[in-house]
Design a protein around this ligand. Sequence first.
Ligand code: NAP
Length: 298
Amino acid sequence: MSTGSESTGSDAQVTRESLARRVLVMGASGKTGRALTGALAARGFRVRAAVRSPASTETVYAAGASEVAVLDLATGAGLDEALAGAWAVYHLAPNVHPDEVGMARRVVAAAARQGGQRLVYHSVLHPDDASMPHHLRKAQAEEVVRAGGVPWTVLRPAAYHQNLLPAALAGELAVPYSLDAPFSNVDLDDVAQVAVTVLTEPGHEGEAYDLAGPEVLSVRQMASQASEVLGRRVTAVKTDRRAWEEGPGAALPEGARRDLLAMFESYDRGGLVGGSAWLWGRLPTTWAEAVAAARNTP
Ligand SMILES: NC(=O)c1ccc[n+]([C@@H]2O[C@H](COP(=O)([O-])OP(=O)(O)OC[C@H]3O[C@@H](n4cnc5c(N)ncnc54)[C@H](OP(=O)(O)O)[C@@H]3O)[C@@H](O)[C@H]2O)c1
């Protein structure tokens, strides 16, 4: 007879009861949110996908969401409704958002009002790196999460392989920072796998995990490896930073542009390298493996 808490067979920690519980995913239509939504759905969890714009509904259903919550992290509108009935919450702020700390405050306060759902916060590798203001905002947001009175876990991912995969497939890695700076990039699908684990299994409360890939590579080395995997030339090109400011950077809000310029300068000095928690039970995905997988994805 089913007790409602027996093993599914594939994973002793995943119970029928937990599968029926909703996980609220913030920023579900973005790069990270889509990967996490897909990973949760693939394991049978119900995802309540939080978006700002109703126009993003189709995107999150395509990623695997079961339901959608429209909310504004910048004002808190819709947060209480979105959290009601959610068993766990994955919080991430939109990329380089100036109000990352305020967003964390609103989410933590709403979770506390609901009685304290499990909260996982998506930070970044080296949040205390003072050369990058958007990293420091994540360090402050982590403090808010730790002090909020709800059960918490923090994930600190390195830069994703996926940031550079489309460019590698297109034959040119063009970046406005040093081609020889070192990076221990991580695969976004590996990050999503760890996120599912810490959201849905016990034993991760009060932990902050760095998540980096298994190797240190420069963009020049990534281009060379991509050439080998794809069997055609992939070049590495350092683009002019002023051209970036006047081109892609000009379309961004001023604060985001400043944050990214500071990041490029920091990358020039030392890239972004770190160790990793080992929560996969296998080696995390290498850059060459990510390129090979992307080549085979329609
Ligand atoms: N890229 C990396 O290598 C990397 C590495 C480590 C950490 N991170 C961190 O990962 C986080 C997510 O990055 P991402 O690139 O995946 O995100 P993103 O694409 O910038 O996220 C956009 C998402 O946020 C939602 N959103 C925007 N403004 C909102 C608001 N005011 N209220 C509620 N939702 C709002 C959007 O909803 P709509 O579609 O409805 O607008 C969309 O779902 C960032 O904090 C970033 O710093 C990234």
